[in-house]
Design a binder for this molecule. Structure first.
Ligand code: HEC
Ligand code: HEC
Ligand code: HEC
Length: 428
């Protein structure tokens, strides 16, 4: 065979493979219907749909800063570029007002939109696919009961080749494990309901499970802890996980504060804001399941106070002025044993113990303010009032004073990154 013929053969085979791929990947457009305002669903289905939408953070992700609820446009930074959430209100032109239940269910189960286009997994359909038919129908009913808003989300900002949606057909083949979740025999109803919610609509793994190079969750490291938006979502299962009892978890997940563990800040604070609206039965089930993944006998973290670190003596004045009023151990009566707004024993929280300074730095930069309406923990944001050096020094101070683990090595870089990511105003 000459060189030319060999080349033609290679190109030919390549084209054939591409053609086969397109044929396999092709998804039909589903008919437009007037899904419009909900009329045929009963109120209890809509009410359950509301609960599931809270469990699924649908509103948080589908609402832009200062935008109308569910009208889309919130930017999500991914390693591949910026993806914007879209309008899922029942508007017939810019929302999903023309989507039948079949079209909606296909998007949740297969990540394909009504027109047959592939969606990106920034939309956690890899979890929603595990929902039952009845739960998907309830969310659809709820979304048809909310006000329609005319609003077009901005175009995604994804470089080539990530802007080719068809690539997701191959990605799904490799990483999408489609279909509802079967219960595990021999486990109680509560445990199974919790596992179902965690794996499906509540998509805890979307933040707590590390991802591979092409952005898929690593199935052999489920809930093993992962970095997300400049925060670290700690391990909930396996070696790195801390001991949590089910009642501690239930309190943490609905109030954002656990006496034994501290506050939920950053993305977890937003999640807690939604979970606080969910029926206690669902929360208790989630808590039962998650507690079963951790070693409950790990016991409480000992309270540590090593005193003012010698090499950080100058930082002590900053601590006294800016932090001690709420965090100086003498100001409270014990480890988190007081009003959650002051007297927190920093040594018992995750942030100061973590192998990474991410959460301590982000908490100091952004503060804790998700719970203002709930009367829960509050800490002011220091990102605008302290310099980068002061934030780094006070971070080293809390680590040296309230933890027996060694000093963090990458504090300065973490502070620079956190100042770049700091929240603009309230919410996101
Ligand atoms: C982590 C953020 C996030 C969460 C949580 C989330 N979504 Fe989305 N969703 C997105 C993004 C981003 C897209 C657009 C994906 C794309 O452009 O490929 C999307 C797309 C969709 C679409 C396709 C709409 C269209 O016009 O193509 C539907 C339907 C949808 N989401 C419903 C939901 C529901 C219901 C929930 C809650 C159960 C939910 N989403 C939770 C981020 C999210
Ligand atoms: C949007 C991302 C996100 C989602 C979704 C999410 N988490 Fe988190 N979670 C985080 C982050 C970030 C932290 C660390 C917060 C902090 O340090 O204040 C965290 C912290 C936690 C903690 C505290 C762990 C510890 O040992 O200190 C628990 C428990 C937890 N999450 C459980 C859950 C459960 C259960 C779900 C699903 C119902 C869930 N999370 C969903 C991001 C998320
Ligand atoms: C108005 C009271 C207040 C002030 C002032 C304050 N904090 Fe906080 N801080 C809190 C509350 C409430 C929490 C959440 C409860 C918790 O996590 O223990 C918190 C949480 C933290 C955490 C995370 C603890 C964890 O593991 O969850 C760190 C680290 C922290 N603060 C450091 C500081 C530093 C450093 C300063 C001074 C620059 C400061 N705080 C000033 C009230 C305050």
């Amino acid at each position: 065979m000459t060189m030319k013929r060999a080349l033609i053969a290679v190109v030919g085979v390549g084209l054939l493979v591409a053609l086969v791929a397109v044929v396999i990947a092709w998804q039909p457009e589903l008919d437009k219907v007037d899904a419009g305002r909900v009329t045929d669903a009963d109120q209890s289905e809509i009410a359950r749909g509301y609960d599931l939408a809270q469990l699924g953070n649908c509103e948080s992700c589908h609402t832009a800063a200062d935008g109308e609820p569910y009208a889309g446009g919130r930017a999500m930074a991914t390693p591949f570029g910026t993806i914007y959430s879209v309008n899922i209100t029942p508007d017939s032109e810019t929302g999903i007002g023309t989507w039948s239940l079949e079209a909606f269910a296909r998007s949740m189960r297969e990540g394909v939109d009504r027109e047959g286009g592939y969606l990106y997994p920034a939309f956690p359909y890899t979890h929603f696919t595990k929902m039952s038919d009845a739960d998907i129908a309830a969310v659809h009913a709820y979304l048809r009961s909310i006000p329609a808003v005319r609003h077009e989300a901005p175009e995604n900002d994804l470089p080539f080749p990530f802007n080719i949606r068809l690539l997701m057909a191959g990605w799904n083949l490799l990483f999408l494990d489609e279909g509802p979740l079967d219960p595990v025999d021999g486990q109680g109803e509560d445990w199974n309901h919790g596992r179902y919610l965690v794996e499906s609509v509540a998509h805890c793994g979307a933040c707590h499970t590390p991802r591979n190079a092409v952005g898929a969750e690593q199935s052999d490291a489920a809930l093993a802890g992962a970095e997300i938006d400049g925060w670290y979502a700690p391990a909930l299962a396996g070696d790195g996980a801390r001991g949590w009892s089910a009642p501690q978890l239930a309190t943490y997940l609905t109030t954002g504060f656990s006496r034994a563990h501290g506050a939920a800040a950053g993305p977890m604070g937003e999640t807690v804001g939604n979970l606080s609206k969910v029926p206690p039965k669902d929360i208790a089930a989630i808590a039962t399941y998650v507690a079963s993944l951790t070693d409950d006998d790990a016991g409480p973290i000992a309270v540590v106070d090593n005193g003012v670190p010698d090499d950080l003596a100058p930082t002590h004045a900053l601590w006294v002025g800016a932090c001690a009023g709420c965090h100086e151990p003498a100001a409270g009566s014990g480890p988190g044993d007081t009003n959650p707004s002051y007297g927190i024993a920093l040594s018992t929280g995750y942030a100061v113990h973590s192998p990474r300074p991410l959460n301590a730095v982000r908490t100091i930069v952004d503060g804790v303010d998700h719970y203002r309406d709930m009367g829960g923990p509050y800490m002011p944001a220091f990102g605008g009032s302290l310099t980068a050096d002061q934030i780094a020094d006070v971070t080293r101070y809390v680590r040296a004073r309230f933890s027996d683990a060694g000093a963090w090595s990458d504090v300065d870089d973490t502070v620079q990154t956190a100042l770049g990511q700091k929240r603009e105003g309230d919410g996101q």
